[in-house]
Write a protein that binds this ligand. Structure first.
Ligand code: NAP
Ligand code: HSE
Length: 432
């Protein structure tokens, strides 16, 4: 057995305490699998007086990051402080400082990686150390290792994922219980899934960070998070849910990335998918990622995308990997530079659409809207009208696949028709 690998644990909140618990639950098994013992040398927190859920010896707890970063006996920094208040600092500087000091780094911080991954991976490579991030995407689902290792023989074609558990919980409740967005948000907050400020989840930022990380890895190109098209779930109504059901769909917040010739599309938005699609059955807080590789074909990964033990499981797997790499004297991940791929603008993306318009119930209204679609090359797949002799009535269309640019032109024309009170919602349709 080798001497212990010494860990500097930054953060002892939900995930940090899960990591502590797992490392102390099976120490022999983890030592055997890591090639020697793993020891938590020091723990960084914000408030050293806070009561802790796990029994960390008091003398190991500190609020001084330099005691971890500048201690040459600490081999691996595990960064689990996140981005409180939406700031990447100090997490970004701690990760960079640890890499510069020649320490391996394990992180679950999707926001830092999505915004500063290129800089941090370059630093890791320069200092010949590893930057491990399994827990940053889809919590306990081993999707990063799968793409990096098990699926390395493939050229990836498609990634479609439910990678935000909070919004999946909310959409499941809306679909099955007919409840409103505000009502299910309140419940998600009471259950501890959604934060007091739910913006990152409900506006799709969290899913966009994760998609930027996944797609950059799978398609071997930098996908800046600002170039991921993003729409949240705040405009999804019980009425849209009911129409989706009637049309044979469910609505999910999907993160979608597809490879094209020399280009990549990446988008996060509410999406209607057929009830028979494998992702349609992924409910509550569960996550799932559907992948298509040129050799392996279609695959789906399913599991818990958050929570102290599922996420802790992914972090501990990275710690074990880092310990093995240290003991073998290797660092980092060998990967040549692939050609940079262009990221498609939203207008260049092709999709089918659900369009819900509130219109005057008069003869010829349907024909006027159909003409606006036709004028812009949009082909209609199905139409539903609900309500008679009311003002307004709902007209719902599902289109065939069309370029977004054409769809937007059609929508502008439709919105300007005097018989159209408003275009109530437009939701993309995928997976047919
Ligand atoms: P958390 O419960 O809020 O815990 C954060 C911890 O970091 C706390 O112990 C806090 O100290 C400490 N901390 C915060 N700012 C600090 C600072 N400036 N200096 C020193 N310590 C600081 O967060 P979490 O849910 O465990 O999330 C940690 C990371 O994992 C985040 O990047 C998150 O996105 C990611 N992640 C979380 C989950 C999940 O299920 N929660 C799932 C996947 C990924 P105090 O305890 O003293 O306040
Ligand atoms: N807030 C995230 C979710 C968990 O709801 O999936 C952390 O990534």
């Amino acid at each position: 057995m080798h001497s212990p690998v010494r860990i500097g644990l930054m953060g002892l909140g939900t995930v940090g305490s899960g990591v502590f618990e797992i490392l102390h639950k099976h120490p022999e098994q983890i030592a055997r699998r890591s090639g020697g013992p793993i020891e938590i040398a020091r723990v960084l927190v914000r408030d050293s007086n806070k009561p802790r859920r796990v029994p960390v010896p008091e003398d190991k707890i500190t609020t001084d990051a330099s005691l971890l970063l500048e201690d040459p006996s600490i081999d691996v920094i595990v960064e689990l402080i996140g981005c409180p208040g939406g700031s990447v600092e100090p997490a970004r500087s701690y990760i960079a400082g640890a890499l510069r000091a020649g320490k391996h780094v394990v992180t679950a911080n999707k926001e830092v990686l999505a915004k500063h991954g290129q800089e941090l991976f370059a630093l890791a490579s320069e200092h010949r150390v590893g930057l491990y991030f399994e827990a940053a995407v889809a919590g306990g689902i081993p999707i990063i290792k799968s793409i990096k290792e098990a699926l390395v023989a493939n050229e990836m074609r498609t990634i479609m994922g439910i990678i935000n558990g909070t919004t999946n919980y909310m959409l499941t409740k809306m679909a099955y219980e007919g409840r409103s967005f505000d009502d299910v948000l309140k419940e998600a907050q009471e259950m501890g899934y959604a934060e007091a400020d739910p913006t990152s989840d409900v506006e799709g930022h969290d899913a966009a960070y994760k998609l930027a990380i996944l797609a950059s890895l799978a398609f071997e190109t930098e996908i800046p998070v600002d170039e991921v098209y993003r729409e949240g779930i705040t405009k999804v109504t019980p009425e849209d849910m009911a129409y989706a059901d009637e049309l044979g769909y469910v609505i999910k917040l999907l993160a979608i990335a597809k490879a094209h010739d020399g280009a990549v599309e990446a988008r996060v938005h509410p999406t209607m998918i057929p009830k028979g699609h494998p992702l349609a059955a992924v409910n509550d807080v569960f996550n799932a990622i559907f992948l298509e590789g040129d050799s392996v074909g279609e695959l789906m990964f399913y599991g818990r995308g958050a929570g102290k033990l599922p996420t802790g499981s992914a972090v501990v797997a990275d710690i074990v990997q880092a310990a093995q790499d240290l003991r073998r004297g290797v660092g980092g991940w060998l990967n040549g530079k692939a050609a940079v791929k262009r990221i498609l603008s939203p207008m260049e993306v092709v999709s089918s659409y659900y369009v819900h318009a509130k219109v005057v119930d008069n003869p010829g209204v349907l024909a006027q809207i159909a003409r606006a679609f036709g004028d812009n090359g949009v082909s209609i797949g199905s139409v539903i009208q609900k309500g008679v002799r009311q003002d307004p009535v709902s007209l719902v269309f599902v289109t065939h696949k069309v370029l977004e640019k054409n769809m937007q032109a059609a929508l502008n024309q439709i919105a300007s028709l005097p018989v159209v009170r408003r275009v109530a919602n437009v939701i993309r349709v995928e997976g047919e």
